[in-house]
Design a protein. Sequence first.
Length: 211
Amino acid sequence: MTAHAGDDPPRLLVASRNRKKLAELQRVLDGAGLSGVTLVSLSDVAPFDEAPETGATFEDNALAKARDAFAATGLPAVADDSGLEVAALNAMPGVLSARWSGRHGDDAANTALLLAQLQDVPDGRRGAAFVSACALVSGAGEVVVRGEWTGTIGRELRGDGGFGYDPVFLPDDAPGRTAAQLSPAEKDAISHRGRALTLLLPALRTLFTSP
């Protein structure tokens, strides 16, 4: 199955409704010379039953989301599952990152709970890593990659960019700034999702440039 038919522009379904994730992938594709690919989100296709994210790993969840999206639409589908692993919390919140406070997608509550749990943890033991698993499912097969971004958890929110735990995450490779204080281009170059998407580029290039 090809990624597109006739003279129609090739389409890639991003199994998400998060416009920031679409924009991030679009910047990565543009930087790799794949700007002719049209990205569509779950909001742009007919609704279908989406399996709950019950996998034990980021890879499990990403692959399940991409498989569901491809099966329902026939479009090549890419899905990401990402989260924060904190050493002092035994790698939690992990796959529970988006619903750590009990309310899915409540960034403020999730971050507040994390800071409260780490309140008495000394600076030298606040190591953490953002993790992103990205899966691509198409008629050509399945590819799953993983990107990691190491750093530490700060003690207060700083910056108004990004989303999720970005305002408290201090990347090792951007000293003195949180992920929420980086420009989109800076974040793309070093973030967990940017790294994972870059690892996915060879498969995407093959999918969309092969005859």
